[in-house]
Design a protein around this ligand. Structure first.
Ligand SMILES: C[S@@+](CC[C@H](N)C(=O)[O-])C[C@H]1O[C@@H](n2cnc3c(N)ncnc32)[C@H](O)[C@@H]1O
Length: 199
């Protein structure tokens, strides 16, 4: 995973496929998820993702569309599907192997898994949960967040998990500066949970 060609956010990972499963055990749900080489945190639920899934505020009732931005194999989307049973879950990623896995992991649920460009323009999101791809670099990250945070519904919110040492505090400052009111909900073991309001 060290070289540029082996990054988890490649569109088509070159590393040979070896599909397997992991068990995601959260206080309110357990799921066996398909994973593979070439996707983010293939062998265990990522610590940041676990932090988001155990500490994000319980979604309110009546949400219509919720988004897992940068879904990987779909741990966040799968959890959203269970916690927001009335909502339609959207899961987007650029990594095609991740999209295949997320499709498997969301099978039978009210969910759409697709490339970012394929999401219909008229869909707005009541809730976005994301462990965003910080390692793409600041300009690409800012562009990605601008694109998707501007698709929050008027009273929509986003919850992001970001590591402190990867710039959580400067990202908070940038978000506030761009007009998205952002506050730190909590912080633990180097992870920050940020809540972002639509602008
Ligand atoms: C930190 S990983 C989180 C993966 C997954 N949500 C999890 O928690 O295990 C970030 C994900 O963002 C994806 N990604 C990178 N650039 C993206 C983009 N422009 N649009 C959507 N997803 C992107 C990566 O491929 C990767 O799967």
């Amino acid at each position: 995973m060290g070289s540029a060609s082996g990054q988890y956010f490649n569109q088509n990972p070159e590393v040979r496929s070896r599909q397997r499963t992991i068990d995601m055990v959260l206080p309110d749900l357990t799921a066996t998820l398909a994973t593979d080489n070439g996707v983010f945190s293939a062998d265990h639920l990522d610590g940041g993702t676990r932090y988001l899934l155990t500490n994000a505020p319980t979604p309110r009732d009546g949400l219509e569309n919720v988004l897992d931005l940068g879904c990987g194999y779909g741990a966040i989307a799968r959890t959203l599907a269970q916690r927001c049973p009335e909502a339609h879950v959207w899961a987007v990623d650029v990594n095609e192997r991740a999209l295949k896995l997320a499709t498997q992991n969301l099978s039978g649920l009210s969910a759409s898994v697709m490339s970012p460009d394929d999401v219909p323009d008229d869909v707005l999101f009541d809730l976005i949960w994301s462990n965003p791809p910080i390692r793409v670099g600041k300009p690409a990250l800012h562009k990605l967040l601008t694109t998707w945070l501007d698709r929050l519904a008027p009273d929509g919110t986003a919850v992001l998990v970001v590591q402190k040492h990867l710039g959580a505090d400067s990202l908070t400052k940038w978000l506030n500066g761009q007009g998205w009111a952002t506050e730190r909900l909590s912080s633990q073991r180097g992870f920050r949970l940020l809540e972002v309001q639509s602008r």
